[in-house]
Design a protein around this ligand. Structure first.
Ligand code: NDP
Ligand code: GDR
Length: 379
């Protein structure tokens, strides 16, 4: 059976991909960073105790900024496939840490490619590079496809642009099987808490359960093409199973504004909301409550929010110095060549995310009632 190496295995996509590859019978090696707190929550359910079994999931300490470490791991593992998912992946944070982001997301990709080449593995090892719809940046044309020009709008996107082109260059220069998946936004209950969808589903769950009164948002006009991470890791795997190495756009082809995402998320707990005002004064107000729907989701937890309450306000702290206004992908090539068929649409994704956060915070209520302080306020 095949051996895969996943960088970024502790992230959202790494966790779903590890699960998928283990199901397919792969031995999966993953690179995790040393941190002062445990950071393997998303993959703990896949852990196998090496004292009891010959494990199919093996973790190595490492970092994309350390080429000796990466080369050593690749030499030891001799992978058939490498999925380079590790990155400083938050667009807003990349404006605060531009040099680190360039190092990890840009040069980190080079380190992987060059390690494979120097180790003489270029005929054995296939490489998947986690490229992004952020490459399109300032809108040139929609829907965005494999041939749409790039215009990155953040240090993150510029670093990923280097990662994209160095992958293409190693493919052409050394005949390596190296591919870019240009993935549009994909979300799930495992999504990091500070990305917009998860920030919203967490806040909606907390408000519905009476744990919070309101929350603050940045640019609600932004439009994104949101899919489910589970569908997108399936596409990653398919990209590496082809005869010929090529780059693919993975997207749903449907775009939705942040504002509409908020509306849909509140509907999931039975709240109908409306938006009033403009710019920094825009607010989101609770219009009505479908109490049967709310009860079916929240159980016996009493609803604290009242009609007319302001649930969302704008805080410019969440604005970006340069924004990506509109993303809508054209997945035709992936559908035709990879036979990739996503199983989720946006309503199903939002339903799963809100329900998972309601379950999470109900558990928190139980813990709070038992005397623990467990709510993380640092959204
Ligand atoms: P996450 O932020 O959830 O996960 C990122 C992973 O990278 C984590 O495991 C993180 O470790 C690890 N990591 C970060 N910096 C380093 C480093 N210097 N060395 C080693 N590991 C590091 O991202 P996603 O799972 O959402 O995304 C996966 C990849 O796909 C990323 O490259 C992202 O940029 C890209 N992408 C994501 C899209 C999306 O919508 N999700 C869309 C298009 C591209 P730790 O857990 O310790 O923080
Ligand atoms: P994005 O995702 O930047 O598209 O990058 P994010 O969810 O952070 O933002 C999406 C849009 O929502 C707007 N927004 C807010 N965003 C956040 N995080 N917090 C807010 O309060 C808020 N208010 C409005 C943003 O301005 C933006 O327009 C994600 C990451 O996963 C990248 O790694 C990946 O490459 C791209 O998706 C595709």
């Amino acid at each position: 059976m095949k051996t895969a190496l996943i960088t970024g295995i502790t992230g959202q996509d790494g966790a779903y991909l590890a699960e998928l590859l283990l199901e397919k019978g792969y031995t999966v090696h993953g690179i995790k960073r040393r941190s002062s707190l445990l950071n393997t929550d998303r993959i703990d359910h896949l852990y196998q105790d090496p004292h009891e079994v010959d494990p199919k999931l093996i973790l190595h300490y490492g970092d994309l900024t350390d080429s000796m470490n990466l080369t050593g791991i690749i030499q030891k593992v001799q992978p058939d496939e490498i999925y380079n998912l590790a990155a400083m992946s938050h667009v807003k944070v990349s404006f605060d840490t531009p040099e680190y982001t360039a190092n990890a997301d840009g040069i980190g990709t080079l380190r992987i490619l060059e390690a494979v080449r120097l180790l003489g593995l270029e005929k054995k090892t296939k490489i998947y590079q986690a490229s992004t719809s952020e490459l399109y940046g300032l809108v040139q044309a929609v829907p965005q496809s494999e041939t749409t020009p790039f215009y990155p709008r953040s240090p993150y996107a510029v670093a990923k642009l280097y990662g994209y082109w160095i992958t293409v260059n190693y493919r052409e220069a050394y005949n390596m099987y190296a591919c870019n998946g240009i993935l549009f936004n994909h979300e799930s209950p495992l999504r990091g808490e500070t990305f917009v969808t998860r920030k919203i589903t967490r806040a909606v769950a907390k408000i519905a359960l009476g744990l919070q009164d309101q929350f603050y948002m940045g640019n609600m006009d932004a439009k994104r093409d949101w899919g489910h991470a589970k569908d997108y890791v399936e596409a990653m795997w398919r990209i590496l199973q082809q005869e010929k190495a090529e780059d693919y756009v993975i997207a749903t082809g449907v775009t939705t504004s942040v504002r509409d995402f908020i509306k849909l998320a509140f509907l999931e707990v039975g709240f109908t909301v409306r938006f009033e005002g403009e710019g920094l004064d825009e607010v989101c107000i609770l219009d009505s409550i479908d109490s049967d729907k709310a009860k079916s989701i929240l159980g016996d937890n009493p609803i604290k929010a009242a009609i007319g309450d302001v649930l969302v306000k704008v805080d410019p702290a969440y604005f970006r110095p340069t924004e990506v206004d509109l993303l809508i992908g054209d997945p035709t090539k992936a559908k035709e060549k990879l036979q990739w068929v996503p199983k989720y649409d946006l309503p199903k994704l939002i339903e799963e995310m809100v329900q998972a956060d309601v379950v999470l915070f109900k558990r928190n209520i139980d813990l709070i009632n038992a005397g623990h302080k467990v709510l993380n306020q640092m959204d």
